[in-house]
Design a protein around this ligand. Structure first.
Ligand SMILES: *[C@@H]1O[C@H](CO)[C@@H](O)[C@H](O)[C@H]1NC(C)=O
Ligand SMILES: *[C@@H]1O[C@H](CO)[C@@H](O)[C@H](O)[C@H]1NC(C)=O
Ligand SMILES: *[C@@H]1O[C@H](CO)[C@@H](O)[C@H](O)[C@H]1NC(C)=O
Ligand SMILES: *[C@@H]1O[C@H](CO)[C@@H](O)[C@H](O)[C@H]1NC(C)=O
Length: 324
């Protein structure tokens, strides 16, 4: 019946519907920082400020595992990621502002990107409308970072990771081990160990025999999932992990997501999302986390602007009203 109404009536309806439920306000924005960073860091705050400047009225929430910035930073290295995500789910669901929002947008930096995806798949309350990740490790890492020559603490930490990646203690206490993946192996002992012991990644990617249907349903419910990879990223190995690609690190061969079983059999809803035009593979200049304001402003306009974020909601409501 929609087509019988003149455009002016539709526009009027849209205007009436838009104001009381503040459909033209931008959705709140969640930002989850990366390894070694903390939620109160100046650099992170300036990203939030830029989001607010670009889409005035944006309420920005910086995800944290502790109100104390030092402890929040420690939690990027130490902790059980399953418990960390559950904690974030509780915090967001009971937050006075976020819990009343119809939906939120989300921006994840580095490991914060796959953790936000974990939030979407496991909880999604409030639901995420658009998810953007920068330099994330959606298909895991196959090498741990290289420490500075004199950083003994880092060296000790990486030493434990390397020596015992699949040990129960490491998998429940050291964060990067929980998204480690021998990405140059698809079968054989390494792959088996990964499937058996990976506390986070193998689960969230639905790689085990038993698939969780909620993960798929939730991820496919996004409007947009944009994945940015840094052109010259040498920290994330392999960097194509940011696009769910599989890299043979011996030969350098890259198997793109669309040629992989996770996509073809649609284990986590990526194919469904892609078929409705919701999956964006993006490249950005520079090394790991070398963000520039121009790119960020473009992201805020493209994915988080109120016009984009509220449009479908309004159309649905107009339709409902007309059908009544
Ligand atoms: C699937 O994930 C949802 C959300 O985290 C959870 O509630 C449910 O128990 C999981 N189902 C299975 C079979 O593990
Ligand atoms: C991580 O925490 C979850 C929830 O408490 C628990 O079920 C799981 O066994 C823990 N992982 C490891 C490797 O201990
Ligand atoms: C995979 O990578 C690991 C660590 O870099 C290496 O030890 C192993 O030989 C590689 N395996 C293959 C099949 O290339
Ligand atoms: C990775 O590349 C190496 C060297 O070309 C090759 O021998 C190996 O079979 C490849 N591994 C996989 C899983 O394709």
């Amino acid at each position: 019946m929609l087509h019988l109404l003149p455009l002016s009536t539709l526009l009027l309806l849209r205007g009436i519907l838009a104001s009381p439920i503040s459909q033209d306000e931008p959705l709140p924005l969640l930002i989850w920082h990366g390894l070694g960073d903390n939620y109160a860091a100046d650099g992170l705050r300036s990203v939030g400020d830029l989001a607010e400047e670009t889409n005035p009225g944006t309420y920005v929430y910086y995800i944290r595992l502790d109100e104390d910035p030092g402890s929040d930073r420690t939690a990027t290295w130490f902790g059980n990621v399953t418990e960390q995500i559950a904690r974030v789910c509780d915090d967001l669901a009971s937050h006075p502002i976020l819990s009343t929002a119809p939906a939120v947008n989300a921006l994840g930096f580095s490991q914060g990107g796959q953790f936000l995806r974990g939030y979407v798949e496991r909880c999604n309350n409030p639901p995420v409308r658009n998810l953007v990740t920068f330099g994330s490790q959606h298909n895991g890492i196959s090498k741990y970072q290289v420490c500075d020559a004199t950083d003994w603490l880092c060296k000790a930490y990486i030493g434990i990771l390397k020596a015992n990646t699949w040990g129960a203690w490491v998998q429940s206490h050291l964060v990067p081990a929980q998204y480690f993946r021998a990405t140059n192996e698809t079968t054989g002992e390494a792959a088996e160990e990964y499937l058996k012991h990976s506390n986070f990644l193998a689960d969230i990617n639905n790689e085990r025999e038993e698939k969780n249907a909620t993960y798929k349903e939730n991820l496919a419910s996004l409007d947009k999932f944009a994945m940015y990879v840094f052109e010259d990223d040498t920290t994330v190995i392999p960097k194509e992990s940011g696009w769910f690609a599989q890299t043979n690190i011996t030969s350098g061969d890259v198997t793109p997501l669309k040629e992989r079983t996770i996509y073809k059999e649609d284990w986590i809803g990526l194919k469904k999302l892609d078929e409705k035009g919701g999956l964006d593979f993006k490249t950005t200049k520079g090394g790991h986390m070398q963000l520039d304001d121009e790119v960020l402003v473009d992201v805020f306009k493209t994915y988080f602007s109120p016009a984009k974020a509220s449009w479908s909601g309004v159309v649905d409501e107009v339709q409902e009203l007309i059908e009544l």
